[in-house]
Design a protein around this ligand. Structure first.
Ligand code: C2E
Ligand code: MG
Ligand code: MG
Ligand code: MG
Length: 288
């Protein structure tokens, strides 16, 4: 497929002969060089227990080479998808994420993003990933696959079967970006995830938006009944964090708590103190 992509781009450049396709050829060459040199980097963003303040796990995210237009993973993945190179990029990202997670403790989890389409990659098997995971001392219960809710409508029954297979091997599943797209509660219920990651768009200004609060309450009530745990994404403001703590949300992730970093870091001491204060002040915090 790599050769196909190059040939396709070059053919187009030749037939068009214009600067735009020349640009595309150069972009394709840069992208292929990244794949070949494996020059992407894994970074890790803490997912924090809002009840206890400890780091529950880390989401692995990739960064392309600094100073290139492929630094952002959104650019990288969008280009890979357009060029039919999604599987190659995703596999490299997964390998880097697993190889780089030396700081993970035995009771912590590594959250790994799986694009909806990759579910159908014949090479995406527990066997393929298992060797790497074992080498890093990661048991299946240390690994959570994040599936974007997009796959709950596209070829739903296949995705469901494959996810159930992973769960039977002991891996956990999270629905990513919930509330942002098309997922119905029915679709989520059928996928039986262990976690629902509520999208940043629903968390932003949650402390002063009653409608968002009511939507989140619906997720909370549903999750409680279904034995699913909620992770709030994209927490940026202390007011958002405290509101989420009041609402009894299990876990949080966001720039306020910690930015993605090549180190598997904890959260800021000052913020941890504020969170502890908040918990003792309220006394009646939900217990999990
Ligand atoms: P995602 O899985 O929803 O990842 C969360 C994104 O939100 C990350 O952006 C993260 O840096 C960002 N984020 C976290 N906290 C905050 C916050 O408080 N405010 C704001 N504004 N953003 C916050 P990132 O790293 O740019 O990744 C974007 C997307 O690219 C990810 O969305 C994921 O879909 C994809 N992606 C990134 N790395 C990988 C990877 O290694 N493999 C795969 N398959 N996809 C990846
Ligand atoms: Mg994610
Ligand atoms: Mg997400
Ligand atoms: Mg999101």
């Amino acid at each position: 497929t790599i050769y196909d992509a190059v040939k396709r781009a070059i053919r187009e450049a030749q037939s068009a002969g214009d600067s735009e396709s020349g640009h595309r050829v150069r972009r394709t060459e840069r992208f292929l060089a990244i794949l070949q040199e494996r020059s992407i980097q894994a970074v890790y963003q803490p997912i924090v227990s809002l009840a206890g303040g400890d780091v529950f796990g880390y989401e692995a995210l990739v960064r392309g080479p600094k100073g290139t237009d492929f630094q952002s993973p959104r650019e990288l993945f969008a280009f890979a998808e357009d060029e039919g190179l999604l599987y190659s990029l995703d596999r490299l990202a997964r390998e880097k994420a697993i190889a780089g997670c030396t700081g993970l403790e035995s009771d912590q989890r590594l959250f790994i993003n799986i694009p909806a389409d990759v579910i159908h990659d014949p090479d995406f098997t527990p066997g393929q990933t298992l060797g790497l995971l074992e080498k890093m001392g990661l048991a299946p219960h240390n690994v959570v696959f994040e599936i974007t809710e997009r796959c709950s409508i596209e070829d739903f029954s296949t995705a469901k079967k494959i996810l159930q297979h992973y769960r039977s091997q002991g891996y956990q599943i999270a629905i990513d970006d919930a509330g942002a797209g098309y997922s119905s509660l029915q679709a989520i219920a059928e996928l039986q995830p262990d976690y629902i990651k509520v999208d940043r768009s629903l968390i932003h200004n949650i402390h002063k938006d009653k409608i968002k609060e009511h939507m989140l309450e619906t997720f909370v009530a549903f999750a409680e009944k279904m034995n699913i745990r909620i992770i709030a994404e994209g927490i940026e403001l202390p007011d958002e964090l405290f509101k989420l703590m009041q609402m009894g949300i299990h876990f949080g992730q966001g720039y306020l708590l910690a930015r993605p970093s090549s180190e598997m870091a904890g959260i800021d001491d000052n913020l941890a103190r504020q969170m502890a204060d908040m918990r003792t002040r309220r006394g009646s915090m939900h217990s999990f």
